[in-house]
Design a protein around this ligand. Structure first.
Ligand SMILES: Cc1cc2nc3c(=O)[nH]c(=O)nc-3n(C[C@H](O)[C@H](O)[C@H](O)COP(=O)(O)O)c2cc1C
Length: 338
């Protein structure tokens, strides 16, 4: 979870409980002193630092999330490989090999790659491209449904349409990937994400064929989550009617918790900014009334007056902040009961 919501603290805590802890690279360097002068370098050095901090805190599995839409996708991908990430999750676009990374490193290294998709069509496009161009296919796939938090890979009108529900698209993605398991003689786990909140939800999606789940929202309300206490409290205090869909300046819908900042923006207020770094290739900064990177960084630091929190559709169900250990135990107990 970006910006700065899932860094080494949350990732290592999750890895210590047997999960895959994921460090988000989205604007990871925003908290570095040289971000304004050299944002590309700040992002790279922040990722290196967070990877090393996480490794010092756990012997478990550490992943890195990189969005294709990031301007420095290639260089962050390289750093993730150099630092020995166990897996790279590639979202917000069609996952591809950075030009600078050799095919040998991609195919023979220890770092796995898992694209994040919102449809079977996207999974097919990626697998076909990889198979044709790299004679290699990704090691896993995350299928993210429309109940997820943050930027969504759907058009606004698709979000509530049952044809695009996770229950519907998960089996379609599994079928799209299946032929490549045979062709490349490897198992390609499909991981379900978006709105998975309880142990019963986990079982529901594993019964539908998922081999794992990716959870975000519920892990925000943990002591170890890297966001400020104000960000976590926004989750604890929100009601169902506060969860809203915004039109993000990067040209995608996003799910967030309504607040004064978002209300002012939707009423036409402009929040002046100077863009030091076009962090997302798709950002329509000339048309935008605010800088989403700045708004999300402010929120991460606790300044929700000048920012807002991304959140999944279930954020209103969060009622307290717990430890990652307690949360994982609860989820396992719920699985048992179900
Ligand atoms: C605060 C927040 C930040 C997120 N940031 C990212 C991100 O940087 N990259 C990404 O691929 N997905 C991001 N997501 C989506 C999550 O990784 C995840 O797939 C999704 O939210 C899962 O649904 P859940 O929140 O209902 O568990 C974010 C989600 C949240 C709630």
């Amino acid at each position: 979870m970006g910006v700065g919501v899932s860094l080494s603290s949350l990732a290592s805590a999750v890895a210590n409980e047997g999960g895959i802890g994921v460090i988000s690279t989205a604007l990871i360097g925003m908290l570095e002193p040289n971000f304004r002068t050299d944002p590309g370098e700040a992002n790279k050095s922040a990722l290196r630092k967070e990877m090393r901090k996480a490794r010092a805190l756990t012997a478990g599995i550490i992943g890195v999330n990189i969005m294709v839409a990031l301007t420095d996708y290639d260089s962050l991908f390289e750093v993730a490989f150099d630092e020995g990430a166990d897996i790279v999750f590639v979202g917000a676009g069609i996952a591809r090999k950075p030009k600078t990374l050799s095919l040998d490193r991609l195919t023979n290294g220890t770092t796995k790659v898992a694209p994040i998709v919102s449809s079977a069509r996207a999974a097919s496009v990626i697998f076909k491209y990889w198979s044709k161009n790299y004679n290699h296919v990704p090691d896993a796939v995350v299928v993210e449904g429309p109940l997820a938090g943050g930027h969504l890979g759907y058009k606004i009108e698709q979000i509530d349409n049952p044809d695009y529900s996770l229950e519907k698209i998960l089996p379609e993605v599994i079928s799209a990937v299946k032929p490549y398991e045979q062709q490349f003689a490897k198992s390609i786990p499909v991981i379900a994400a978006g709105g998975i909140y309880t142990g019963a939800d986990i079982l529901k999606f594993t019964n539908l064929g998922a081999q794992g789940v990716q959870m975000a929202t519920r892990f925000v309300a943990t002591h170890e989550c890297d966001a400020s206490i104000e960000f976590k409290e926004a989750y604890v205090n929100c009601r169902q009617e506060d969860i809203t869909i915004i039109n993000s300046p990067v040209g995608l819908p996003g799910r967030a918790i309504k607040n004064t900042f978002l209300e002012e923006v939707s009423a036409g207020a402009r929040k002046p900014f100077r863009c030091p770094w076009k962090c997302l290739k798709t950002c329509k900064l000339e048309e935008s009334s605010y800088c989403i990177a700045l708004a999300l960084t402010n929120a991460q630091r606790g300044n929700l007056r000048n920012g807002f929190a991304f959140a999944g559709a279930n954020a209103y169900r969060v009622d307290r902040i717990v430890s990652v250990k307690e949360l994982v135990m609860t989820l396992l107990a719920e699985c048992e009961q179900t």
